[in-house]
Write a protein that binds this ligand. Structure first.
Ligand SMILES: Cc1ncc(COP(=O)(O)O)c(C=O)c1O
Length: 333
């Protein structure tokens, strides 16, 4: 396999399961990676769509393992419930993910490549309706694609623009992984890029004083006192990577984990900062541009020492080089 990007590549099979007349039908694997939907499907017009993102990794011994699928299953249930879509049982979600990975084992990148098989479970309202009401028919699917490192192998600190527009509302959809949130962050991301930044960082939508998260990653920082600090808010998606890093910080690196507000104009106590998520695990943050000022973290163009340790611990657990600390990995037999 050549150089891996973060583009979609068709694989051997993906999973589909239809909900109709109040019940889920039996799911199947199919080669086709195109859907035939009514033009008036609720997913297309009213954003009745939720998804997940997780990865399977090849171990040094050649076996393949899926990272924390049960956590994604639970988060998916919350997203689907909020959009009045039917529930997929946790075991059914994990089984669909497992079957899809197993059918595509040849597409899981080698241990040496640093790549992984990205797994995208999703649910769409596929019933046709003109009114903005919940669909009566749904499709639950799992599609996979081999990916490289989103940031092209470079553990390179990024410069973020603190967005002046919000991606979600104060009591809205931020904690759910639904398509509309991503459509709503495209504009902010485009402004950031047009100004020469790598991405945008969102503040809390109620007071615009506290850091929330990046468009597709949580925010964390290391304080002068060696605390791992990360904000908590109903408008932030609960990142499974962030939860895993918190576990490693506390249990393996002996840091204190703090959930607290991080005010955008009070960054001086932070010695390292990073964005974390499935795509890149950790992206170190070099600077935040807020209004007329640019705050550069002390680590500047380097990744901080704790950030590096966190990254090494988590990636080596994912690839099987470090012991699975808490039943995080599901091996595909
Ligand atoms: C908005 C948002 N925040 C955070 C994350 C990170 O979550 P996770 O670590 O579960 O991938 C993601 C997705 O990856 C996201 O889309």
């Amino acid at each position: 396999m050549g150089y891996l990007t973060f583009e979609y590549t068709k694989t051997a099979a993906n999973y589909v399961r239809i909900y109709q007349d109040g019940a889920w039908q039996t799911g199947t694997l199919t080669e086709a990676d195109e859907l035939h939907l009514p033009s008036m499907a609720t997913a297309l017009h009213y954003g009745q769509e939720a998804f997940e993102g997780l990865k399977a990794f090849r171990r040094r011994d050649g076996r393949v393992q899926i990272f924390r699928p049960y956590e994604n299953a639970k988060r998916f249930q919350g997203s689907c419930a909020y959009l009045l879509m039917p529930t997929i049982e946790v075991d059914d979600f994990v089984s669909a993910v497992y079957q899809t990975v197993k059918a595509n084992l040849d597409y899981v990148p080698s241990y040496e490549s640093g790549g992984a098989l990205y797994i995208r479970p999703y649910m769409l309202g596929i019933g046709a309706t003109l009114a903005p009401v919940p669909s009566k028919k749904y499709l639950f699917g799992v599609i996979v694609t081999p990916v490289g490192d989103l940031f092209k192998g470079a553990f390179k600190p990024v410069n973020l623009w603190v967005s002046t527009v919000d991606r979600v509302a104060p009591h809205g959809t931020g904690q759910y992984k639904i398509g509309g949130n991503y459509a709503a962050s495209l504009y902010a991301q485009s402004i950031a890029k047009s100004k020469g930044f790598d991405d945008s960082l969102f503040l809390d939508p109620l007071t615009h004083t506290k850091i929330e998260e990046v468009g597709a990653a949580n925010f964390f920082a290391i304080t002068k006192d060696n605390h791992y600090i990360t904000p908590e808010s109903p408008s932030i998606l609960k990142s499974i990577t962030n939860q895993s890093l918190q576990f490693i910080a506390k249990e393996q690196l002996g840091l204190t984990v703090v959930h607290d507000d991080i005010y955008i104009d009070q960054l001086d106590g932070l010695v390292e900062a990073g964005a974390c998520g499935t795509a890149a695990v950790i992206t170190p943050i070099r600077s935040l541009a807020y209004q007329d000022t640019v705050h550069v973290f002390p680590t500047n163009h380097q990744a901080g020492p704790i950030t590096q340790k966190l990254y090494e611990h988590l990636t080596s657990i994912q690839k099987g080089d470090r012991e699975d600390p808490a039943d995080w990995l599901l091996i595909v037999e």
